[in-house]
Design a protein around this ligand. Structure first.
Ligand code: ATP
Ligand code: MG
Length: 355
């Protein structure tokens, strides 16, 4: 079974694919040809425009709806006014202009929760890492952000009844810290075929912030076509911090970061998947008491992320996770540990004096 946007597709024995409404999309060497599918059902989209959209990797109605019209026009080369008409047709066809709170409630019922491997961490997150949301893992070097991302990349492949999302993963690695051997180790610990697990993780190595933006843009095509159920960006901000040095470049940096974060947010909505990003901390000279660090990325990062989780080291090699900002989760904290098998619970929970 494949999904294109919200459409459930069934492959047939002769390589064709049947949509839920019964229409057939022809498949070319196993690839779904989108031009005759979703886009050309829209008013104003002929074969020429469909082809321009396809070249810009905008292949679904969902992608048209969530991408700002100016960006669509720039990417496709189609005139802004024509794009506006197409966007209007896309919105009408999806009936998404005004929805009742009840409809939103229903949409949120489709929200999926991905297990972290630790019961207490799952509880902290209200059941697990949510789809339709962006979760940010914040903390100093060595605290375990990447380890959690590795664990999630493996668990996401499990069936839903085992806490997974029954799908594949995109792992955007901006720092070159993706270690396949560690995935191998975690998968083996869960008694999964490690080679198959590695096959299901698509690695996107981003070499600089522009490359990171480009790769993120590709996700709107890549995710629906490859059964991607989880997107990880580790780390979100590393390139931005090293490329835009000094106050004079701060505004430009924040603008680019903001646009990228919103692209990722749109991805979570368009394809009902979780995006997990990691963020570093920076010294906060104004802080006299308590933790002298604060998350990097300022207000832009704080506003874009749905759930912000702050990680720090606890006693006896454990780690402490605390929700520092979320529209639905209380600001609780729990303890977990990093082991050979990935992320696990610790027997006793946080002692008060570690608070
Ligand atoms: P950075 O900001 O530098 O990227 P990070 O938060 O991503 O840091 P991780 O690389 O996730 O940090 O965590 C590294 C830590 O994970 C190590 O210091 C170690 O404590 C723990 N760790 C890594 N591999 C294992 C393992 N196989 N068994 C147990 N613990 C491990
Ligand atoms: Mg890391």
């Amino acid at each position: 079974m494949q999904y294109v946007g919200s459409q459930v597709l069934k492959p047939t024995h002769d390589g064709c694919i049947i949509k839920r409404d019964g229409s057939i999309i022809k498949s070319v060497k196993g690839e779904i040809e989108m031009e005759n599918a979703d886009l050309s059902t829209l008013d104003g989209v002929g074969p020429a425009i469909a082809s321009k959209f396809r070249s810009a990797e905008i292949t679904t109605i969902e992608a048209i709806i969530v991408t700002p019209p100016r960006e669509l026009s720039e990417k496709t080369g189609v005139g802004f006014n024509t794009v506006l008409k197409i966007v209007e047709a896309a919105r009408k066809s999806s009936g998404l202009d005004f929805i009742t709170a009840e409809e939103l409630w229903k949409k949120r019922q489709e929200m999926l929760k991905l297990s972290t491997g630790s019961k207490s961490l799952n509880e902290l997150l209200g059941g697990g890492i949510e789809s339709q949301a962006m979760t940010e893992l914040i903390g100093e070097f060595g605290v375990g952000k990447t380890q959690i991302c590795f664990m999630l990349s493996v668990i996401a492949q499990l069936p839903m009844e085992k806490g997974g999302l029954d799908g594949k993963v995109v792992y955007m690695d901006t720092e070159g810290t993706f270690i396949p051997e560690r995935i191998f180790e975690i998968a083996s610990g869960l008694e999964l075929d490690p080679h198959e697990t590695l096959e299901n993780i698509f690695l996107a190595r981003a070499y600089n912030s522009s490359h990171q933006c480009l790769l993120t843009g590709h996700l709107f095509k890549f995710c629906p076509e490859n059964d991607i159920k989880l997107v990880i960006v580790d780390s979100m901000i590393g390139h931005f911090r090293s490329e835009y040095i000094g106050r004079e470049h701060l505004a430009e940096r924040q603008q680019k970061l903001n646009s990228l974060l919103h692209k990722l947010l749109r991805l979570t909505e368009a394809f009902n998947l979780p995006v997990v990003i990691t963020n570093q901390v920076q010294a906060n000279p104004a802080q006299f008491f308590g933790d002298p660090n604060k998350p990097a990325g300022g207000h832009v990062m704080a506003h874009a992320c749905t759930h912000r989780i702050y990680l720090r080291k606890g006693g006896q090699g454990t780690r402490i996770a605390k929700v520092i900002d979320s529209p639905s989760l209380p600001n609780n904290k729990v303890r977990f540990k990093i082991t050979e098998k990935g992320i696990e619970d610790v027997e006793e929970q946080i002692k008060k004096n570690e608070g």
